[in-house]
Design a protein around this ligand. Structure first.
Ligand SMILES: Cc1cc2nc3c(=O)[nH]c(=O)nc-3n(C[C@H](O)[C@H](O)[C@H](O)COP(=O)(O)OP(=O)(O)OC[C@H]3O[C@@H](n4cnc5c(N)ncnc54)[C@H](O)[C@@H]3O)c2cc1C
Length: 581
């Protein structure tokens, strides 16, 4: 039995849930009227227990990939762990990246051999441990012959990169992209990896953190730290869903707020000698797959010589990125018209026949890289290596801030943090032997999808979609889907993903709002074709399954549309061609 937790500024409440053995569940609305009696379904959405007065060994602020990885590592090491996230897990920089799991070929140019070696090792681990989410990706490196990078230097760099990466290699490309076979371009190829949905990777790590005993809360802002005699003693937290405030005690606090790290220090009265971070905004545009669009990923140079990526992603084309200093609130980061014009220019420079215009852009989005403060360095030259800042000398013993890092190295960073807190964390033993070849993964996925299809009574394309996003847990989704036709419905008419997935993530991955579900845990709304009609359809179907009443369904849909529109911008008022300033 679980109870309603309180009433907040948002009309949000958890329904009372009573399980009626053996397979029935009754949910009640706010006036205690029964709403649902769902045979065979057990829709138990966990209620957030009160935190006030709780004591933790470690409290982590920020639920991006780094914070979640740290929570998982600390909880596994037996530490009583709390993770708080002001919005939703992976809603910050993590979901605004290029989504490449890479060794950082480019870092070789800056002599960061150690970083490249570590990144490549982590890449191999991710490929082995999360093969449904992290997949090998072949890149075509298309460099203008007039570039400052000469062919010999590039060949030497690629040789070194392959040597550092070890044995794994994708099958050689039968033919380079014919559109890039031009006299003004020199083309090479190399392997890296892609995590199309880091939001899903974070969700899996979150599940692993919870399984290891971590207490995790999204929609909870750390308002500030409590301190005593130069040492942090805990946190003050505001739950934005319930409007309640809680004080918790913590022996250590990790500030893993990415580009927000300086703000958290300032709010807590922790003064550092200099700023920790120099935020550098990076923007992307998402295009439909135009005729002649590249089939593999392309790494090239923009007209100004900066690197540009064109990556097949989510049945669309992801193009990025820019580097613009940005010290404003990272939550409000958005692409400027100049950045959008610059990216369009870069695409048209490589694929002139496509003649892509601003009207073709499905959406654009931006994120702020949490790079170390380096006022005089060029953004491209600032190291992507993470750093852990110990605030003992800033009058806050027990507080550590995470600076920088990449999706690729988040797990390594987490091990480092846990060791700093005295945990014994051995290097993982997985992988570092050549993982299964890409076609082997394909066969496994196909077989898995067939089993899921049979259990869930859904078509194989839908089962495949479930398998790719939920990995081992896909069978739990399948079993649930198998119990009720409504749980097998697609989330929206254009999607292969089904309502049972939404229920699964509300139960086990802390998804609370429609935005948590549709933008991050089951991120179907990242499709360029998503419309308000899709929102309405998905809200009704998910609302039914989770026992939301019509008021809540309507409100969730409204908030969702606003959140999506603030994140994924449809550029307007652009005249082509434009270049970034
Ligand atoms: C344009 C761009 C492209 C990139 N491409 C790649 C790539 O291809 N590959 C790669 O490996 N890396 C890439 N990166 C880097 C990578 O995305 C980031 O290093 C990584 O996501 C940082 O994760 P994080 O957890 O530190 O920060 P975030 O993901 O930003 O998480 C910090 C979280 O803290 C929360 N928070 C802030 N203040 C508070 C508070 N007071 N209380 C509670 N919570 C709070 C925020 O809401 C946020 O969710 C890219 C970055 C950018 C910007």
């Amino acid at each position: 039995m679980c109870g309603r937790e309180g009433v907040g500024p948002r009309p949000f409440y958890f329904p009372l849930c009573v399980s009626v053995p053996p397979w029935w569940i009754l949910t009640f609305d706010e006036n205690a009227k029964p709403r649902h009696i769902l045979p065979q379904l057990c829709i138990l959405v966990p209620v957030r227990a009160r935190l006030s007065g709780e004591r933790f060994d470690v409290a982590i602020i920020g639920g991006g990939i780094n914070g979640v990885a740290i929570a998982r590592e600390c909880a596994r090491a037996g530490k009583r762990t709390l993770l708080v996230e002001q919005n939703d897990f992976a809603s910050g920089t993590t979901s605004r990246s290029t989504r490449i799991i890479h060794g950082g070929l480019r870092y070789l140019e800056h002599g960061e051999l150690g970083l490249v070696r570590e990144s490549l090792k982590e890449r191999e681990r991710m490929l082995a441990d999360y093969p449904h989410l992290v997949r090998p990706l072949r890149f075509v490196l298309a460099i203008p012959k007039a570039s400052r990078h000469n062919a010999l230097a590039i060949r030497t760099g690629l040789l070194l990169y392959r040597k550092l990466a070890g044995a794994r290699c994708l099958p050689a490309l039968a033919q380079f992209d014919a559109h890039l076979d031009r006299p003004d371009l020199a083309t090479f190829d190399y392997d890296d990896a892609q995590c199309e949905f880091p939001e899903r990777l974070v969700a899996e790590w979150l599940g692993e953190a919870i399984a290891a005993g971590a207490v995790v809360r999204n929609h909870c802002t750390a308002l500030g730290l409590t301190k005593n005699d130069g040492r942090v003693t805990g946190l003050v937290i505001h739950d934005t869903l319930t409007g309640t405030e809680a004080r918790v005690e913590a022996a250590h606090v990790i500030n893993a707020t990415g580009p927000w790290a300086d703000m958290v220090c300032a709010q807590s009265g922790v003064e550092t000698k200099e700023k920790l971070l120099g935020g550098i905004r990076g923007s992307h545009i998402v295009l439909p797959r135009f005729p002649g669009a590249p089939g593999s990923a392309v790494y090239s140079e923009a007209p100004d010589g900066r690197p540009v990526f064109l990556i097949p992603w989510n049945d669309q084309l992801l193009v990025g990125t820019t580097e613009v200093p940005d010290s404003a609130d990272p939550a409000r980061a958005e692409p400027s018209p100049e950045e959008v014009g610059y990216l369009l220019d870069s695409v048209n420079h490589l694929y002139p026949a496509a003649n892509i215009g601003a009207g073709d852009i499905l959406y654009a989005f931006a994120g702020v890289r949490p790079l170390p403060y380096s006022p005089t360095a060029k953004p491209a030259a600032i190291t992507r290596r993470h750093r852990i800042h110990d605030h003992s000398d800033d009058g806050a013993r027990g507080l550590y801030s995470v600076i920088g890092g990449k999706l690729t190295t988040a797990a390594a960073l987490a091990r480092e943090v846990a060791r700093k807190l005295g945990a014994h964390v051995p290097e993982p033993q997985t992988a570092l032997i050549a993982p299964a070849p890409a076609d082997g993964i394909e066969v496994t996925l196909r077989q898995w999808a067939r089993q899921i299809s049979a259990v869930a009574h859904i078509p194989e394309h839908s089962a495949r979609a479930v398998a790719e996003w939920h990995g081992r847990r896909a069978m739990c989704v399948a079993r649930m889907a198998g119990t009720d036709d409504a749980l097998r419905h697609p989330l929206c008419p254009h999607s292969s993903h089904i309502v049972a997935e939404a229920v699964e993530v509300a139960r086990y991955e802390c998804a609370v709002t429609l935005g948590d579900i549709l933008l991050r845990r089951v991120p179907v709304a990242l499709s360029g074709c998503w419309s308000k009609q899709c929102t309405r359809a998905a809200a009704q179907r998910i609302g039914w399954a989770l026992g939301w009443d019509q008021l809540r369904i309507g409100r969730e849909a409204e908030l969702f549309d606003a959140e999506r529109a603030a994140f994924l911008k449809k550029p307007s008022g652009l005249s082509r061609p434009q270049r970034a300033a």
